[in-house]
Design a protein around this ligand. Structure first.
Ligand SMILES: N[C@@H](CCC(=O)N[C@@H](CS)C(=O)NCC(=O)O)C(=O)O
Length: 229
């Protein structure tokens, strides 16, 4: 499998976590959003809307839309399960996922905030207010949903797609300096998830296209050079 990703993309980060939790091997193809590579001719056929992620299978079929891909992974690789067996509990996980994937993420996307700047003259501080406005509304709902289950994870004591989507969204919130104190349950779940290896391996700074990843590759190359390999 080939994952088309950008280290900071929270939608791609969801997939990296799920792939790690399920112990699936994949190759990483970096799509640099800051260079608009997602809109280039070589990438568009993989995901016609021009957003990351996309997942190309060994059969060469390509999947797009992170939540659709998460559901596909769950169907193809059911163990460990990231959806509960009970229909009501599954609906709750999906509702949590949709607050993130439908109500928060699309309106805080790079192309949306670039449009706010170019078409409506928003400056960086107005854009930050925009992020704060929509993330706060969403996190308020997520805090209520997660508090109701009172577990180590969003939906009780088992990791689920809710956590897979929450942790990247909290990463975004931290990047934009969103105050997380009003969400103690979400913060505790974040701390807990980040102790798990799958979440650590999927983290932005572990990816080959992150500045830290570049540094690791350069270190390795210098060492090979020094060792005459
Ligand atoms: N609904 C899509 C959203 C994908 C998406 O918004 N990706 C962002 C990165 S997290 C992106 O490619 N942004 C580039 C842009 O807005 O041009 C999914 O879940 O896959």
């Amino acid at each position: 499998m080939q994952l088309y990703s950008y280290f900071r993309s929270s939608a791609a980060y969801r997939l990296r976590i799920a792939l790690e939790l399920k112990g699936l091997d994949y190759d990483y193809s970096a799509v640099n959003l800051l260079k608009s590579e997602q809109a280039e001719d070589h990438y568009r056929p993989l995901n016609p809307i021009g957003l990351v992620p996309a997942l190309q299978l060994d059969s060469h079929d390509v999947l797009s839309q992170s939540v659709a891909i998460l559901e596909w992974l769950e169907e193809q690789y059911p163990s460990p399960a990231l959806l509960p067996t009970d229909a009501m509990a599954r609906a709750r996980v999906r509702a949590f996922v949709n607050v993130i994937a439908c109500d928060i993420h699309p309106i805080c996307n790079l192309s949306v905030t670039q449009y706010l700047k170019s078409e409506f003259g928003a400056d960086q501080s107005a854009v930050l207010n925009w992020y704060r406005r929509w993330m706060s509304r969403g996190f308020g709902a997520l805090e209520t949903l997660a508090t109701a289950t009172q577990g180590a994870f969003c939906m009780g004591e088992s990791v689920s797609l809710a956590d897979v989507c929450l942790i990247p969204q909290l990463y975004n919130a931290n990047r934009f300096g969103i105050e997380l104190e009003p969400y103690p349950t979400l913060t505790a779940i974040n701390t807990h998830c980040l102790t798990l290896e799958a979440f650590q391996r999927a983290a932005p700074e572990q990816q080959p296209d992150s500045p830290e990843g570049h540094a690791r590759v350069n270190d390795r190359q210098s060492k090979l050079h020094r060792d005459g390999q």
